[in-house]
Structures are given as structure tokens and as C-alpha cells.
Design a protein around this ligand. Structure first.
Ligand code: BG6
Length: 293
């Protein structure tokens, strides 16, 4: 655990030299590096690393609302709050026995949160790094309220890419998507891998649990595995929107792509005492290990 501008960050390391950093601000993963020390998540050069808002990059926890669809601040309040380390399971680093390095975090609503969202919950987040550098996030959200509540959710994941025009996503072709750029109108993909040449802001619904983000220039790709999260949000702000975001460089849209495992189209409802689990696993595959050799 180390101090970063007054807020603790937990550093996870694999025996092979991979690492990840998780901030107690937002429960946000702020760094994930491979065994060559290369950063795999995007962070804006203009990102602000202090409360009240989540920094622009990494993996943000969007809960209990994704986007602007409800009455709360965009993407909910969880990404802006200070989480605590769940003391029942203190952070561990790799012990060499093949077990994962992990940290467990916990968020409970404050009195102020309850004023704008009057539902008692416990949100437990485990972030783990495997010995081969795979990054896993497991969220468990429990209703500790006397009545049911509903929420939407996303792991808002900023992947670092070398050139957005060279990137394609496989696994979403032929799916329906809701287009945030036209009032969530529903469209159907026409069968090709997704590529990028303008602003994209879509919720692909009922997607497969494994998708791939292929980045030709950088010669590594991401495999995204999810569970309990039916949708995938794909976002790149492109040129015009980038210029409207104060914590984002004008040209940085070329180096990032958000691909979020999410539950957006249909809200998740928990009865009193019930718990929901949503998992994300990210692997970075270097192409020097595979086909072109
Ligand atoms: C994406 C949304 O997930 O996040 C976009 O689909 C939104 O509509 C983007 O613009 C960034 O949101 P924020 O609140 O972090 O600026």
C-alpha cells in the first residue's frame, strides 16, 4: 500500500514482473503493466488524481447507474467515493504458490449517498493479478436494505492502444446495439469486426462472454472475459468531443478505446438479502508469442 496525493493505492505484483495499482479513490484500477513494464491501460496526460471526481483512465466502477439514464451523477457515485480495504482479507502479493495477488475493497453508502439513492448496499470488489499477469475484477453487491432495489453497472475500462484506426473488436458482430449518439436508438451490426473512423458510443446488448480487441500496430491484443454482465459498452470520443473534455488531451482519442463489460439495457434487481456478482478478466496477448512467429 502506498500513498498517492494523500490517497492510498494498493500495488499488486506477479512473480514474473507484471503489476497493477488500485486506488481507494473509486476502487479504480489506475495501472496494469505487463512483464516488460508496458502500461496496458490508458490514462490521460490531463487526468486529475484527486477527489471529488474519478481520474480519466484506468478502470472505473460505474454504479449504481451507468451513463445519464437515471437521476444520479453520470455513471453513479461509486467511482467518485473513497473505498476502504476490507480487513477480513488484507491485501496479499504473490506468495509463489501459484495463488493470485489480490486486494479486497468495500464501499458502503454514506448518509449523503442515501439522500440521493436511498438504498443500503455493500459493494465488495476484489482485484486480482494472476502469475501470468491476467487482471481480474470481481464485484459482489449485496442488498442490506428492507426493500428491493435496481441498478445498472459497468467496468468502464480505458484500454491503451497504439492507433485507434488500426484497432478492431471481434465478438460483437451481428449484435444489436443501443446508440448513445442517437437517443439510444436500436441498430444491428452488419457482420464485420468493429473498426473506428469517427465517434462511437454504443451499448452492445446480450453479447458473448469473450471478446477480443486486436491492435495491429502495438502487436498486442486484449482478451476480455466477463460473467454476469450481458452488455458491452464501446466508446471513443474522437476529435470533436475530445476537445470538450477538460481532463483529456485533444489528440489522445487515438491512443485509447473504452470497452466496458456492463449491465445497462436491463437493470439488475436485488431483493433484501440478495447478492449479485459480476466478473471481468483481462488478458493482454503479445503477438510475439503467437501467430506471426
Ligand atoms: C462512456 C459513455 O462510457 O463514458 C459516454 O458511453 C461518456 O457517453 C463517457 O461520454 C465518459 O464519461 P465521463 O463521465 O467519464 O466523462
Amino acid at each position: 500500500v502506498r500513498d498517492w496525493n494523500g490517497i492510498a493505492q494498493v500495488v499488486l505484483r506477479s512473480p514474473k514482473g507484471h503489476s497493477a495499482r488500485v486506488s481507494l479513490h473509486g476502487g479504480q484500477v489506475v495501472s496494469w503493466k505487463n512483464d516488460r513494464g508496458e502500461e496496458l491501460l490508458f490514462t490521460s496526460s490531463k487526468a486529475v488524481f484527486k477527489p471529488p471526481y474519478a481520474m480519466r483512465g484506468g478502470i472505473q466502477m460505474c454504479f449504481p447507474q451507468f451513463g445519464n439514464s437515471g437521476t444520479l451523477e453520470r455513471h453513479g457515485f461509486a467511482r467518485n467515493r473513497i473505498w476502504i480495504i476490507d480487513d477480513e482479507h488484507p491485501p496479499t502479493n504473490h506468495n509463489g504458490n501459484g495463488s493470485k495477488a489480490f486486494v479486497n475493497l468495500l464501499l458502503k453508502p454514506s448518509e449523503d449517498d442515501l439522500k440521493c439513492w436511498p438504498h443500503c448496499f455493500e459493494f465488495r470488489l476484489r482485484v486480482s493479478l494472476s502469475k501470468d499477469g491476467d487482471l481480474s475484477l470481481k464485484s459482489r453487491i449485496r442488498n442490506v436494505n428492507g426493500k428491493p432495489f435496481s441498478f445498472s453497472f459497468a467496468y468502464h475500462t480505458y484500454l491503451s492502444v497504439s492507433d485507434i484506426s488500426e484497432v478492431r473488436i471481434e465478438g460483437l458482430e451481428t449484435l444489436d446495439y443501443l446508440d448513445n449518439l442517437s437517443q439510444r436508438e436500436r441498430f444491428t451490426e452488419q457482420g464485420d469486426a468493429i473498426t473506428f473512423e469517427s465517434e462511437v458510443d454504443r451499448v452492445y446488448v446480450s453479447s458473448p462472454n469473450v471478446i477480443a480487441v486486436l491492435d495491429h500496430e502495438k502487436k498486442h491484443s486484449f482478451v476480455i472475459r466477463k460473467d454476469g454482465l450481458p452488455d458491452v459498452v464501446v466508446w471513443n470520443p474522437w476529435e470533436k468531443k475530445s476537445k470538450t473534455m477538460v481532463d483529456f488531451g485533444d489528440e489522445e482519442y487515438k491512443q485509447m478505446l473504452c470497452v466496458d463489460a456492463a449491465a445497462v439495457e436491463r437493470a439488475i434487481t436485488l431483493k433484501p438479502g440478495e447478492e449479485w456478482t459480476g466478473k471481468l478478466e483481462l488478458s493482454a496477448v503479445s503477438s510475439t508469442n503467437c501467430s506471426d512467429h
